[in-house]
Write a new protein. Structure first.
Length: 243
């Protein structure tokens, strides 16, 4: 499990994908950067990170199992891995905000961007980008963002934390082979942020509405119970949770 360390790069996901085009890479190889100038989040958002204070890295996961026919299953494995690793550090009130933001209370501490490689309909591998706020103490104009240091008062060793996450990711993908998809899916749903709580959303037209998160469909869509009791499924571009 190779770890490649960089002082700076535009994007660890882009750097890792470029390496994959040039040479064979081992499963769970990691590219980690002290500074990432074009860090990306879901749907084209940017990920801001103070150099040398946080973890910004990408990891290659080769998918040799026939279980991985649905890209959202990769998302679940990665979300559960980060959740488990942070829980072992006693980070309080952890939840996963669909699809894969890691929350502590109402504060976001980790963002995940997954890019999958296909051959026809078969998934061959995933490049998993993770941005984890670790020792940063100030976040300008980001009121709902925090770090492990702010949440616990402790300073964390970035190298040790990277190895913890690497092993957690390995274990998470092994668990699906041992426990099956349904068990893993149920665990993911059980830790969803604001599950079964009255919540406010906006749709693609900016209209606000109330609902209750009930789970996630096997297509990866968020299942919301509306005020009239009807269950409706939404993809990422169709709904935004306001809290």
């Amino acid at each position: 499990m190779q770890i490649i360390k960089l002082n700076a790069t535009h994007s660890t996901n882009l750097y890792l994908k470029d390496l994959m085009n040039k040479r064979s890479m081992d499963d769970l190889s990691i590219v980690v950067a002290d500074s990432q100038t074009l860090g990306r989040g879901q749907m084209g958002t940017t990920w801001e990170s103070e150099p040398l204070k946080n973890l910004t890295f990408s990891i290659l996961k080769k998918l040799n199992s026939d279980l991985f026919t649905d890209p959202f299953l990769v998302n679940i494995c990665v979300s559960l891995a980060v959740f488990k690793a942070l829980k072992s550090l006693n980070i309080p009130d952890l939840r996963v905000k669909w699809p894969n933001d890691i929350m502590s209370g109402h504060f976001k501490v980790c963002g995940i961007l997954i890019e999958n490689n296909f051959s026809g309909s078969r998934m061959l591998s995933s490049v998993i980008g993770i941005g984890l706020n670790v020792n940063q103490e100030k976040f300008l104009n980001l009121p709902n963002v925090s770090s492990l240091r702010l949440l616990t008062g402790s300073v964390f060793d970035l190298d040790e934390l990277l190895r913890l996450l690497q092993h957690a990711l390995k274990d998470s993908f092994m668990n699906i082979e041992q426990k099956g998809i349904e068990v893993i899916w149920e665990h993911y749903e059980s830790i969803l942020f604001r599950k079964d709580k009255p919540s406010t959303f906006t749709d693609v037209n900016g209209h606000m509405f109330m609902g209750f998160i009930r789970g996630v469909s096997f297509q990866g869509k968020l299942v919301v119970a509306l005020e009239d009791g009807i269950l409706k499924e939404y993809n990422m571009k169709e709904i935004n949770l306001l809290y």
